[in-house]
Each structure stands twice: as C-alpha cells, then as structure tokens.
Design a protein around this ligand. Structure first.
Ligand SMILES: Nc1ncnc2c1ncn2[C@@H]1O[C@H](COP(=O)(O)OP(=O)(O)OP(=O)(O)O)[C@@H](O)[C@H]1O
Ligand SMILES: [Mg+2]
Length: 476
C-alpha cells in the first residue's frame, strides 16, 4: 500500500538513539572545555607543592651554620623528600645549592616558571607536559617566601608530573563518560516513554484508521495529558471521529444515489416504451387524439430528458479527465453545433476564438461544459421577449496573466434571481420550466477537475460565464 510507514524504526535511525548520541557528544565537548583549566590547575598545585617542599629543604639548609657542610645523607633525604635532583636558592648574587653528590647534572632542562600564573600559560604548560615524552627534566622556578629577589629553583624529572596528569585526565574522562551516559540514559527513558511511544502509538493508530476509516473502534482514545502530545492526541481523536461520521454520511448518500440511479434507469426505460406507444397513438386519425398527442409526446420527452441528465450526472462525476491536445476553435465550433445553434433563425452564434490555439483537455468533458453554457444561453434567448436587438451568443478567448479563459456571453435577459441564489447547486439552480438545474453544476465540476474555475461574471446586460483554465492546459 502507498505510504507504508514503518512503525518500528531501526535502533540506529530511531529518534531516541540520535538523542543519546547527541547528548553524549555535547557533554563530552563541555567536559573538554572544563577539563583544560582544571587540569592546568591540578598541575600548578602539584608544582607548587614541589616548590613548597623545596623551600622547606632550603630552610633546613639555612639552619646549618655556614661553616658546616650539609651532610650527604641529609642532602639526599631532602632531595628525596622533594622528589628533586637539585634544589637551588638564588638571592641576588648569592646562591645556595642542595645536590646529590656524584649525581651528574642533566644537561638540558625545560623551564617551568611558576611566577607566571596566567591561565593561558598554565593551560599551555599542562598540554606541553601531557603531550611530551615524559623523559625531560624540569627546572621549576618559583618565589621564595614572598621575597621578590629570592628565587627557588628545583631540578627534577618530568615523569612523576606527567604520570600524575595522565591519571588525573583519565579520571576526569571516565567521570565525564559516566555523567554523560547517566544523563543520556535518563533522557532516553524520558523521551522514549513521554514522546516516542505516544508518537508511535499515534502513527500506528493513523495507519490502522487509514485502512478502515469506518471502524469506530479504531478511533484513538485521547489521553488526559496536558502537554503537546496530549493536545495532538485529542485533535487526532476529534479529526478521526469527524471523519468517521462524515464517511458514514457520505456512504449513506452514495447508497441513496445508487438507488435513485437504479430507479431512474428503470423509469427512463418505462418512459421510452411509453414514448413509443405515444408515437403510435399520434398516428391515429381521431381528432381528439391528434389534439392531445403532441402534449403527451412533449411531456414524455421532458421526463426522459430529466431521467437521462440525472443518470449522466451520476456517471460523469466518477471519471477523471483524460486530457489530449485539442484545437480550441474547432471544439467550440462543434459545441455550437451540438447546442443547436448552427443556422439558428433568431440567434447569431459567433466563435471569436482565434485559430491555432491548442489546449490539453478532455475533449468530451470540455465539450459538455461549453454545450451546457451555450444551451443555457440559447434557452434564455429563445424564451426572451426582447425585440430591441438581434440575439447573439459569442464565445471569446482571453489571456489572464498566464492563465486563460473562454467566455460564453449572450445578450439575453440575464440570470433570474432564483438561479443566482443557487448558482452551481445541483438540482437547485434551475429557474426555467423543464430545467433540471444540473447544467451549471456539471460544468463547474468538470472545469474544476481540469484545475480551472467556472465563474459567473456580472454584466450590465445579458449573461457571461468564464471558463478559466490554468496556463499548463495551453499547448500553443
Ligand atoms: N445564459 C443564461 N441566461 C439566463 N439565465 C441563465 C443562463 N444560464 C443559466 N441560466 C439560469 O440558470 C439556471 C440554472 O442553469 P442550469 O444549466 O444549471 O440548469 P437548467 O438549464 O435549468 O437545467 P439543465 O441544464 O440541467 O437542463 C437556469 O435554469 C436558468 O434560469
Ligand atoms: Mg442548462
């Protein structure tokens, strides 16, 4: 069946999965932004700790009298405590040094100046440590006890700092992942139960309703929810029950129409038999019969005409137009003939449609439109008592900003008020004796099936109907 919508989408293409992926991505991106300064901070804290331990070690050194050498064991202990290879204090020109005896000093060291505490340089330093190989030596420089001149320097391997930062980063990463996953799953369950399931339920309901719109048990039961979903459900339930009653009404009407068509069909056949009989009766010599027979024949003709047009109305509405290229002028010429205007003694029929206009329409249906309009004009003129000018019916062609129109104009008495009130309403619009009131309704329906419009145009005298058709209907 056309438009079969899947009721269950694949896990990957489902809305909730997309939502989870998006949330995890967003949270991880936010975490990266938060991670950089916090990692830089952790590194600064670690380095400050080293500087503090270094400062304590230097104070121990200060306590040793100048003329006494620091014992090698104590120096080793101090350096181990600070995790350093050497600690130096520079104060102006003077400097004091704690170093391990016999330990060769590394040749190159990367300077980390902790006196520059701008966030950018701390972040850059952190990234530098993280992406380094870890086998470098650091020369950590800091202030000593609030004295601007005194500077403490610690020489140490970068590896412990890098290990610390890596562990820190790993922890943050896993923590972020846990937070992101928890948030995503919480949202997933919310979205799944609060949105996706009701939407799926509605989609399923729409699908089953579409297949059997006359089954009232398929009308969705609206929830009592107060949000947009509840609103949509209530609107859907309302729409489905309206459609249900409309369809049921239509079906009853269609059934009635079918019954009328059947009765009408039989009626027409019976009337046709009666017509044959009346034709025979008319040949009888009896003067009484001769006087009454024409009236009988006329009445029967009218009844058959009525039955036929009702049948036609039922039949025509069912077939969609089958457009093909048609020469418009020739079509109008034929319609004038069919409407009984060829060589009419009192009416001039003027075909003003220029040569060479080709339109893409259903020739039979368009002919019915024009024949109905022209016949109406003819009937109005034939019953008109006006004598001031000669009767005239003109068919003209006009271009209307891309679209085009064929107008049927007459100089007759104009539309009677009763016809105007029920214009285009089947069985209601007739204002003439013997009229069915179907001609204009049929003409409008057929024009609309071609994507066009049938318009009554007010004129000071006579009547004008415009058959407006869209530009796509014109070929040349
Ligand atoms: N050109 C016209 N001039 C004057 N009156 C018109 C004209 N065209 C239509 N009418 C009026 O409009 C009414 C409705 O027209 P419509 O063609 O729908 O029905 P009908 O001609 O009465 O019956 P049917 O066409 O089904 O045999 C007519 O009865 C007539 O009174
Ligand atoms: Mg008519």
């Amino acid at each position: 069946m056309a438009g079969d919508a899947p009721t269950k989408t694949g896990f990957i293409s489902g809305l909730s999965t997309k939502l989870i992926a998006l949330i995890i991505l967003v949270i991880l991106a936010v975490e990266v932004v938060i991670f950089l300064p916090s990692m830089a901070n952790a590194r600064a804290g670690w380095l400050d700790d080293r500087l503090n331990v270094g400062a304590v070690a230097l104070q121990v050194l200060e306590a040793v009298p100048d003329d006494m050498e620091l014992s090698a064991d104590l120096a080793d202990d101090l350096l181990t405590l600070a995790g350093a290879q050497a600690i130096a204090l520079r104060h102006g020109d003077q400097s004091r040094l704690i170093e391990r005896e016999g330990d060769p000093m590394p040749m190159a060291a990367v300077t980390v100046d902790m006196r520059d505490r701008s966030i950018m340089s701390l972040i850059m330093g952190g990234l530098d440590t993280l992406f380094s190989s870890g086998d470098r030596t650091l020369r950590i420089v800091g202030e000593m006890g609030g004295d601007d001149d005194a500077q403490i320097e610690i020489l140490m391997p970068e590896k412990p700092l890098r290990d610390e930062l890596l562990t820190y980063s790993r922890n943050i990463f896993f923590l972020s992942l846990i937070i992101a996953s928890l948030t995503a799953f919480a949202l997933f369950f919310f979205v799944e139960f609060a949105l996706i399931r009701p939407i799926r339920r509605m989609t399923q309901n729409i699908m089953s309703f579409r297949e059997a719109p006359e089954n009232a048990s398929l009308i969705v039961a609206p929830s009592t929810r107060n949000d947009e979903i509840g609103w949509a459900e209530r609107e859907l339930a309302q729409m489905e029950s309206e459609m249900f009653s409309m369809l049921r009404q239509r079906r009853h009407l269609a059934d009635l129409g079918l019954a009328v068509a059947k009765i009408n069909h039989d009626l027409r056949n019976t009337l046709t038999s009666a017509q044959l009989l009346s034709d025979q009766v008319a040949t009888l010599d009896d003067p009484q019969v001769q006087r009454l027979a024409p009236r009988l024949v006329h009445t029967l003709d009218k009844a058959i005409g009525f039955a036929q047009s009702v049948l036609d109305y039922g039949r025509q509405s069912a077939t969609p137009p089958r457009p093909q290229p048609v020469d418009l002028r020739a079509l109008i010429e034929e319609c004038l003939f069919d409407a009984g205007l060829a060589g009419h003694p009192n009416i001039d029929a003027v075909n003003e449609v220029p040569d060479g206009i080709t339109v893409k329409v259903d020739p039979d249906q368009m002919a019915r439109v024009f024949v109905n309009l022209i016949k109406n004009a003819r009937e109005a003129l034939e019953t008109s008592t006006a004598t001031d000018s000669r009767f005239r019916i003109a068919i003209s062609f006009t271009q209307q900003n891309g679209d085009f129109a064929v107008s049927v104009t007459d100089n007759g008495p104009g539309l009677p008020p009763r016809a105007k009130q029920n214009l285009f309403v089947a069985f209601e619009g007739s204002a003439r004796a013997g009229g069915t009131g179907l001609g204009l309704a049929i003409a409008r329906e057929l024009t609309e099936a071609h994507g066009g419009q049938l318009r009554y145009v007010e004129t000071p005298k006579g009547t004008r109907f415009d058959v407006q058709l869209p530009a796509m209907r014109r070929l040349a």
